[in-house]
Design a protein around this ligand. Structure first.
Ligand code: IMP
Length: 199
C-alpha cells in the first residue's frame, strides 16, 4: 500500500470528559478497508492453514474480531493480557503477564494480534514467551505502528498503518480504560489546565 502521511481532523464527539478532545486520525471506514487488505496478505502467506489468532487484551479486541471475519478459512482464537502501561500515556517499560493463554500453541500457526506497536517492549516480551511454547510458526499483525517510538529491536510482519508519535484512542485503544468504544482511531488532546470546557 502506498504510504500517506496521516493527519487528524476534528470531529465533534459526545461523552468526552471536560478538558479532553479527540480528532479522527483513521476513520472506521478506512480501518475496514485496510483490514480486508491485511487479511488478504495473511491468507496469501497461509492459504490453507488453520490460523490461531492470539489477541493481546484489551486493545486488540475489535481488531481481532473484525480481522477474524475477514480472514475466512479455519481460524481459532485465544487471548492473553499483559500490563506495560499504568494509568497515563507513558510506558513503565516493565511487562507483566496478567492472563495466560487458555490452550497450548504447540505445533500451531500463531498470528499475534496487537493494537499498537510503540516502544516494542511488549512485543519483545511476547515473542520470547511464545517461542518457548514451540509453535509451528509465529507471525505478528499490528493495526498501528508508531515507528518513531521504537526502543526494542522488533518488527511486525503485517502493519495496518504507520502513525505519528501521538497518543491515540478508539477502536479498542484506551486512555485510563476510556474511549475504547470510539469507532475511529483518534488522537487525544488535553486542554491546558484551567481552560477546560464541558464537552
Ligand atoms: P509498547 O510495549 O510500548 O510497544 O506498547 C504496547 C502497548 O502500549 C499497546 O498494546 C497499548 O496497549 C499501549 N499503547 C501504546 N501506545 C498507545 C497509544 O497511543 N494509545 C493507547 N495505548 C497505547
Amino acid at each position: 500500500m502506498a504510504k500517506k502521511t496521516l493527519k487528524a481532523h476534528t470531529r465533534v464527539m459526545k461523552g468526552l470528559r471536560p478538558g479532553e478532545s479527540v480528532r479522527v486520525l483513521i476513520s472506521d471506514a478506512r480501518l475496514q478497508v485496510r483490514l480486508k487488505q491485511l487479511a488478504k496478505e495473511i491468507r496469501r502467506d497461509f492459504p490453507n492453514e488453520p490460523l490461531h489468532l492470539i489477541g493481546v487484551l484489551k486493545g486488540s479486541v475489535f481488531f481481532l474480531t473484525d480481522l477474524a471475519r475477514d480472514l475466512g478459512g479455519e481460524v481459532s482464537f485465544d487471548f492473553l493480557s499483559v500490563s506495560s502501561y499504568g494509568q497515563g500515556t507513558d510506558s513503565t517499560g516493565e511487562v507483566k503477564l496478567i492472563k495466560d493463554l487458555d490452550v497450548s500453541i504447540e505445533g500451531r500457526t500463531v498470528i499475534v494480534v496487537e493494537d499498537i506497536l510503540d516502544t516494542g517492549l511488549t512485543l519483545k516480551y511476547l515473542l520470547r514467551f511464545f517461542e518457548e511454547k514451540k509453535p509451528k510458526d509465529v507471525r505478528v499483525v499490528v493495526l498501528l505502528d508508531k515507528v518513531e517510538r521504537r526502543i526494542a529491536d522488533v518488527r511486525a510482519d503485517y502493519v495496518g498503518f504507520e502513525i505519528p508519535n501521538e497518543f491515540v484512542v478508539g477502536y479498542g485503544l484506551d486512555f485510563d480504560e476510556r474511549y475504547r468504544n470510539l469507532p475511529d482511531v483518534c488522537t487525544l488532546q488535553f486542554a491546558p489546565k484551567g481552560k477546560s470546557k464541558s464537552a
